[in-house]
Write a protein that binds this ligand. Structure first.
Ligand SMILES: CC(C)(COP(=O)(O)OP(=O)(O)OC[C@H]1O[C@@H](n2cnc3c(N)ncnc32)[C@H](O)[C@@H]1OP(=O)(O)O)[C@@H](O)C(=O)NCCC(=O)NCCS
Length: 299
């Protein structure tokens, strides 16, 4: 097996590279190729939004760290943030420093462009040596006494062309869900993460809502709209009244007054990156106090 390493920023459009990188990722995260292809069929091309940093030996690519540009609002200020993801080394090439080399290249790229970088992981110890720190996350929980008058809200399915057009129109001009920590793009990540999760569309509000209702409470994950509707308007359109709302985001955008409770997303065995607690890690300046990176933007 080859041992001489070169590490550099690469491009998905290089002849032959795409197949090799996808094969590498699919070896480490079985099923990722299907996820990428499915998102592409839904109008969201992975290659358009991610930059790979690749360590190669004579055998070809053996490790990669990819970077996406998240457009965010942090403490009320527009900021581009580097999101690191798809971190992997081929099982036959581990513990030889390939990941560390790809990571250094990715961080040099980020440091030139972005004031901060973030990632989600079940293995914080891999990233602490590179300056990342775990940020505790909080959901916001509140009792609500909502009016309830069955205004319409219908399921939205990204697999259907009509609904995809609605999503693309709104995602391209979406308001941040929070001014403290809001993510407005890339929409590709939403399409990769959310197609099998319940989404609803309120036509009169022109808003897509990512939410789950298992009796009480209502779990609210995201709202994709050019103008965020008041929470009350969402509640009055539910199929049944709820008395409690759990918001998995900062509450300023939807105007929810409630208590912050620590929350850790726990991925199941079916998660691409494997089961475990998904912790938000950041590097560089980041808002303080209770916050959460919304579920559609975790990768
Ligand atoms: C995690 C992974 C990318 C590491 O790749 P690698 O090329 O073997 O890593 P390196 O040799 O560059 O290791 C660099 C440092 O990372 C840490 N590290 C690497 N593998 C580790 C492991 N299995 N457990 C704990 N720390 C580890 C060590 O600090 C290591 O430094 P050291 O060798 O001097 O002790 C690789 O094991 C992998 O692909 N795992 C499966 C996918 C995965 O878990 N990705 C991260 C998802 S968030």
């Amino acid at each position: 097996m080859g041992s001489k390493r070169t590490t550099s920023r690469r491009s998905w459009s290089e002849p032959g590279l795409r197949a090799r990188l996808v094969a590498l990722m699919d070896t480490v995260f079985p099923g990722v190729n299907d996820v990428i292809e499915r998102a592409r069929a839904l109008g969201a091309a992975w290659e358009d939004v991610t930059t790979p940093f690749v360590a190669s030996t004579e055998d070809g690519p053996v490790s990669q760290v990819s970077v996406m540009r998240f457009t965010m609002l942090l403490d009320g200020t527009q900021a581009d943030v580097g999101c690191l993801h798809a971190v992997c080394t081929h099982p036959g090439h581990r513990r030889k420093g390939h990941y560390a080399s790809a990571m250094r290249a990715a961080l040099a790229f980020c440091d030139e462009r972005y004031p901060a970088a973030l990632l989600c992981t079940a293995q914080p110890e891999l990233y602490e040596p590179f300056g990342f720190r775990v940020v505790d996350e909080h959901k916001v929980v509140s009792d609500v006494a909502a009016r309830f008058d069955r205004r319409s809200m219908r399921p939205l399915r990204l697999a259907e062309a009509r609904d995809r057009a609605v999503f693309q129109r709104l995602a391209s001009r979406r308001a941040p869900l929070s001014r403290k920590l809001g993510v407005t793009g890339p929409a590709t990540v939403f399409v990769v993460n959310e197609p099998d999760r319940p989404l609803v569309y309120a036509e009169d509000l022109d808003a897509i809502v990512s939410m789950e209702i298992a009796g009480d409470p209502l779990c609210l994950y995201d709202v994709v709209a050019a103008e965020l509707p008041p929470l009350d308007e969402i509640l009055r359109r539910l199929p049944a009244p709820v008395r409690r709302v759990e918001l998995f985001a900062c509450p300023d955008g939807v105007g929810l007054a409630g208590g912050a409770e620590p929350h850790v997303f726990v991925d199941g065995d079916d998660a691409l990156g494997g089961a475990g607690a998904s912790r938000l890690m950041v590097r560089g300046p980041f808002p303080e106090g209770p916050l959460m990176l919304p579920r559609p933007f975790r990768c």
